[in-house]
Design a protein around this ligand. Sequence first.
Ligand code: NAG
Ligand code: NAG
Ligand code: NAG
Ligand code: NAG
Length: 447
Amino acid sequence: MSQFIAPPSETNGYLRVRCNGGLNQQRSAICNAVVAARIMNATLVLPELDTNSFWRDESGFPGIYDVAHFLKTLKNDIHIVTSLPKIMSKGKTKKLKAHQIRPPRDAPLSWYTTFALEEMKKYEAIYLTPFSHRLAEDIDDPELQRLRCRVNYHALRFKPHIMKISNEIVNKLQSEGHFMSIHLRFEMDMLAFAGCIDIFTPEEQEILIKYREQNFAEKKLVYRERRLIGKCPLTPEEVGLILRAIGFTNSTRIYLASGEIFGGDRFMSPFRAMFPCLDNHSSVGPEKLEENDRGLAGSAVDYMVCLMSDIFMPTYDGPSNFANNLMGHRLYYGFRTTVTPNRKALAPIFMDREEGHVTGFDDRVRQVMFNAHFGGPHKRIHPESFYTNSWPECFCHMNPKNPADKCPSDDAHEVLDGQLQNEEIEDADLNTTKNIESTTQTEETMI
Ligand SMILES: *[C@@H]1O[C@H](CO)[C@@H](O)[C@H](O)[C@H]1NC(C)=O
Ligand SMILES: *[C@@H]1O[C@H](CO)[C@@H](O)[C@H](O)[C@H]1NC(C)=O
Ligand SMILES: *[C@@H]1O[C@H](CO)[C@@H](O)[C@H](O)[C@H]1NC(C)=O
Ligand SMILES: *[C@@H]1O[C@H](CO)[C@@H](O)[C@H](O)[C@H]1NC(C)=O
């Protein structure tokens, strides 16, 4: 076990950040903020979540995450406050004002320990915004990478009501046996981003083109070329064909994590014909989730159900932070089975099928699909993200070169199992966490 020393009691100042993007882009930004505060010996102000993005959610960090658990888990790593302190100025008390800085994308650690630190010492508090992808993923310091895992997989726990709904859904689904979850990323924003529009009607294409113009950089995108390099999201029908080819039958229970499927039932009905036992958080979850199901809470429930499902299949990883973080999380929680279709290798097989060459289709799909790791340990190769695969940094070793990497006991599995069980019990023990909520409200800290 390594020696990770406690943060010094002297602080160099306050670090305020504003995360942006969807639930999981913000999640990795929170991990980065903790690492930044640690290397700067700064006091972290509870990270602010974006309220203006596509997801339009106003609940903020305390509305989604269990603040008390976050503070407790990280108490040996950094100092955290829920808002900037008040200061005396000209006889009046007012809130300390943070100096705003726009950090460079994927900034190296040295940016934080030089420029940002100097500004922090000058102003007492700095405010980094926007704060997604503002710290390089590759850090040559396993302790700091482990700190990221500690934040991502231990400190960030959803609020009790989200955990409760998720548990209920999982219990309901598991009462009928195993189930698979699919993150079906066939939503308008992703399709517009990918630029794979030829399969849609002229009216639908117009919507996608308009959204693309308004939100993304201009780029000439040719459907066939995009598809051949694996950049087109799988259609629901393609997902169904893959699952059928690798042996899943119409009795397979599937939980769909997805926003509104673009193109609607035209695309969903072929999938439903192959896999009729289909659920989502509206069909199995409580009704009250529905009114907010585009917000972060709906996304958080989907995240938890996908985390706990027996098998998880993302249909569009790469630019999807939801799928990426889940793959990383499932890997961390004991290499849970994940089916990741290689879209690039599958594209020519689907194209042949569309031209009428159906013989050998299933065999060819199987050849591609069984040439994967299914969520087992594998070496991270660039551009795979640390948030998708924290192996080996966040896993202990039986015969390490560095003693800090050593597993805690002879039987690491037993210890890990014990820890996991404790976490699950803690998660299920909702009564103990309920009381804390009222003490963790943050004040509005916008400048
Ligand atoms: C942070 O504190 C540690 C231990 O007290 C010290 O070694 C390190 O130099 C400090 N770093 C900064 C950037 O102040
Ligand atoms: C599944 O397919 C079999 C035929 O292969 C059929 O008899 C059965 O009714 C189907 N089940 C469902 C739920 O559609
Ligand atoms: C969820 O399932 C219900 C019932 O099957 C369906 O009406 C609804 O459209 C589904 N929602 C999404 C987002 O797929
Ligand atoms: C949790 O609280 C409910 C009502 O507040 C009570 O009925 C139940 O026994 C409690 N459960 C535990 C495990 O303490």
